[in-house]
Each structure stands twice: as C-alpha cells, then as structure tokens.
Design a protein around this ligand. Structure first.
Ligand code: C2O
Ligand code: CU
Ligand code: CU
Length: 459
C-alpha cells in the first residue's frame, strides 16, 4: 500500500455511498440576526474546538465557528449597521478577518486585532458595498494557515436591491447553494495535523482529498431548474479548475466582490485560494435521476442529482449590473508590488512582514494603479513555478491588464484576490474608501505565514 492516507479516505467514501447513508452535501446555516430593527444586524460568533466525523468511525479534531467545523453564513443587507460579538473560547489567540469587506482598518480583523484566549471582540461597521459573496477566517500572524486548515472559515453574504430583484435563484440550500471547497490530508486515524514538510513550505499545504462544506465527495439533490452555486476556494494553497462532467456549460454571474456586468458562458472556472465565483447551472433539460459531477480538472468533487421536476420556468439573465469603471486618467499614484522568493524566503518588494513597519502610505479616495509582478521562478532542481494569488484588504479593485492585454471577462468585475502566475504582470486600479491599517499578501496561507505580507496605511 503506497498511500495509507488515501485508503482511509476511500473506505470512508464507500461507506457513505450506501443508500441509507447518503452522503448529503451539508448546507451551512444562515446565522441568526439578533437585532430585529430594520437597518441593523447583530451576530454571535464563537470560536471553538470541535470533533467531526469526516470519515465514518473516525473522529477528527477540528476548529469551528458556532459548531465543529467551518462556520454559519452571516447574511446582511447593504446599508446595515452590523455588530458582531466574537468570543474566543480557544486556549490560543485568534482573529476574525472579514475577507472582501470594506470596513475601517481597526474592524478588519487582521493580525493587529488579536482576540486573546477566553476573550471577546466586538467589531461594528456599516455595509457600504454591493451584493457579494465574501468570507471570514482567522488572520493571526504566522498562524493563519493552521487555524483555517483546522476549520475556521465561513461565508459572508451581502444582499442589495439588485441581488433581490435579479431573476436568479435565491432559496438558500435549495437552489442557492454555498460551496466551500477545501482540501485535506487525513492520517490513518482520520486526523488533520498541520505539519509542514519541505514541499508544503515551498508550494503551500495541499491535500489529496477535496471536501465541500466539510464533506468528502458529497451529493446534492436539485430540481430540474437553474441552480446558483456560490463557490469559495477555501483551501490553504490549492487552486481549482472547476468544470462539470459532460463538459456542461455554465454562467458566471459574480466574482469576488459582486455581480459581473453580464453573465459569462464558460466551461471551466479557475479559482485561486480565497477567490469566489457565483455560477448558474441550468438543469432544466435533465431528466429525473440524471447526475452531473462537479470536478476539479478530472478529480470528482461533488455529485449533483436531479431528483425533482421544477414548476418554475427559470432562465439565465444576460445583463446583471452596471459597474462604474475607474478611469485610468484619474490615477494619482502608481505602485509596484514585486512578489519573489521561494519557500521561507517569499517576499513582497524584497521585504517580509514586520508588524512594526508600514510599507505604503495611501490617501483616502485617491485612485492608484498597482503593478503586481511575480518573479518567483523555478530554481535548479526545485520543481518550477510558484504562483502567488495577491489579496488586498479593505477594498474591491478592478483588474485592468493581465500581461499587457485585457484581462479575461470574469476578471472584469470587482476583485479582492488576483492570481499572479510565475512571470506574470497584473495591473489593478485601486481606490480606498476606508481609513486605517490594512494588509496585502499572498493568499497561499503558508506564504502569508512565512512573511509574504505587507501593511499599508490609508489616511
Ligand atoms: Cu482572506 Cu488577509 O485574507
Ligand atoms: Cu482579506
Ligand atoms: Cu505565494
């Protein structure tokens, strides 16, 4: 047996496919809003230890928000005044970062907003950005990779007039499906220790088993209608090329920061760590009992079964929203971000993260052009190329150029994370509407934890 880990996982799948034990896709619940007042929302989020049976008969030690693994979905409306009561019940510090949310630096939940063991933190902010599928996760210095890997991640939905009025599926868990996709490496006794080998330090920690919402190869039942899938790559380091068996076409309607201007017909969507895509898949021509497999390349991630006739006639809207494009002529400052190095040496502009150093100073509401390059190339024996997905806190930006050309259509909406492959140059237009200290970093969490992160102050 060359891979004992794999065997443990395979037997788990077999047990789960027994009819009476159908391995249903778990749907993270919507977190209860404790404030009944219109325009206000309040949520409780407990960071806790958990135990979860990913593989039948094996209890895995995990971390979770309000549960054993992952977290509930926080859903708010644009304009809401939001308060969140974060309680850290762990024996170790953590932070809760709102990835993609435009809030003041001190509410951002980055490495400066440490929530000590047995302590709490009450961030509050007003939602001032369009409907989007965002997420939250820890951001403790040097510990982000481990805490996310153990299970700390959840989705954060913003809804607005537009998302409510568009003719798209909106029934949570029925035809509006959250999909948090992650990869794991299980030991023989079903544990998920976060121990980095040489390879993991170089390329980031990648697993051999893909989970969706915490389940291995789950099954989702749908009606023969249009279904909306909200994909989050919640993995530490793995990038995905999502496609369907039968080469089924689908339509991307949203990127990281909200709806695209038009739905885009695609056969495959690539997501770097932290990127999101909302896609619509039309199952209306399928028969009851038909199955479609969501795949990463040729790896089977999840099976979708059409189990019911739909009474609604659904269609794919072509036009979605208007996005006001920034004008390059308004750029005040241009900055370079050079990502380089390998393994423990990964750096941005030749520097590694220093909590006491501010790397860039920016002005509020001023348009900037960021030129992001990846100079990490393969060295000698080491296997080649290191991709770096750059993420910027506190903002949604526009990608205006990729390697001197127009970016692909699905990068022409709001983004907060952008994949930069080895040797590539990507240009962004960025404007900050919130003050404070924010991070920019590679979202391969092992790179981030190794120091591939910098800080900027917006004033
Ligand atoms: Cu998703 Cu700095 O984080
Ligand atoms: Cu972030
Ligand atoms: Cu990186």
């Amino acid at each position: 047996m060359d891979n004992p880990n794999r065997q443990a996982v395979d037997s788990g799948i077999m047990n789960n496919t027994k009819d009476e034990k159908k391995n249903k896709l778990p749907i993270p619940p919507l977190l209860e809003d404790k404030n009944p007042e219109e325009g206000k929302a309040e949520f409780d989020l407990n960071v806790q230890y958990g135990k979860k049976e990913f593989i039948e008969g094996q209890e895995t030690e995990t971390l979770g928000y309000n549960g054993d693994y992952l977290g509930p979905i926080i859903r708010v409306d644009k304009g809401d005044d939001v308060k969140i009561n974060v309680a850290n019940t762990l024996d170790e510090p953590t932070t809760v970062h709102w990835h993609g949310l435009e809030v003041p630096g001190e509410m951002d939940g980055g490495p400066h907003q440490v929530v000590d063991p047995k302590s709490s933190w009450q961030p509050y902010f007003t939602i001032d950005q369009p409907a989007a599928t965002l997420w939250y996760h820890p951001h403790l210095l040097h510990k982000t990779g481990e805490q996310v890997y153990k299970g700390l991640a959840g989705l954060f939905y913003i809804e607005d007039e537009k998302s409510k009025e568009l003719n798209i599926p909106k029934e949570h868990g029925v035809n509006d499906i959250p999909l948090v996709v992650q990869d794991k490496r299980f030991t023989q006794d079903g544990q998920i220790p976060y121990e980095l080998g040489m390879r993991d330090v170089m390329d980031g920690f990648k697993g051999d088993t893909v989970l969706v919402n915490g389940a291995i190869a789950p099954e989702l039942d749908v009606k023969s209608e249009v279904v909306r899938l909200r994909l989050l790559n919640g993995s530490n380091a793995r990038a995905y090329d999502f496609n369907f068996s039968d080469n089924l076409a689908f339509y991307q309607i949203a990127s990281d920061g909200g709806f695209l201007e038009n739905s885009i017909e695609m056969h495959e969507v690539s997501l770097a760590p932290a990127e999101r895509a909302e896609i619509l898949v039309d199952f209306s021509d399928y028969n009851i009992g038909d199955k479609v497999v969501l795949r990463d390349g040729s790896y089977e991630v999840m099976t979708i079964t059409i189990t019911e006739e739909s009474d609604s006639s659904s269609s794919i809207p072509e036009e979605l929203v208007d996005i006001v494009q920034y004008d390059r002529d308004d750029v005040v400052t241009t900055r370079d971000f050079v990502m380089s190095g390998m393994g423990p040496m990964v750096a941005i502009n030749g520097k590694q993260m220093d909590m006491d150093r501010i790397d860039e100073y920016l002005n509020l509401n001023e348009l900037e052009e960021w030129v992001v390059t990846n100079e990490s190339a393969g060295m000698g024996m080491m296997s080649g190329e290191t991709p770096h997905p750059l993420h910027v806190h506190g903002v949604q930006f526009q990608v205006i150029e990729r390697n001197g050309g127009e970016p692909p259509l699905n990068e022409q909406g709001w983004k907060d994370t952008v994949m930069v492959e080895s040797g590539e140059e990507v240009r962004l237009l960025v404007k900050f509407k919130q003050k404070g200290l924010f991070m920019y970093h590679c979202h391969i969490l092992e790179h981030e934890d190794a120091g591939m992160m910098g800080q900027f102050l917006v004033e």
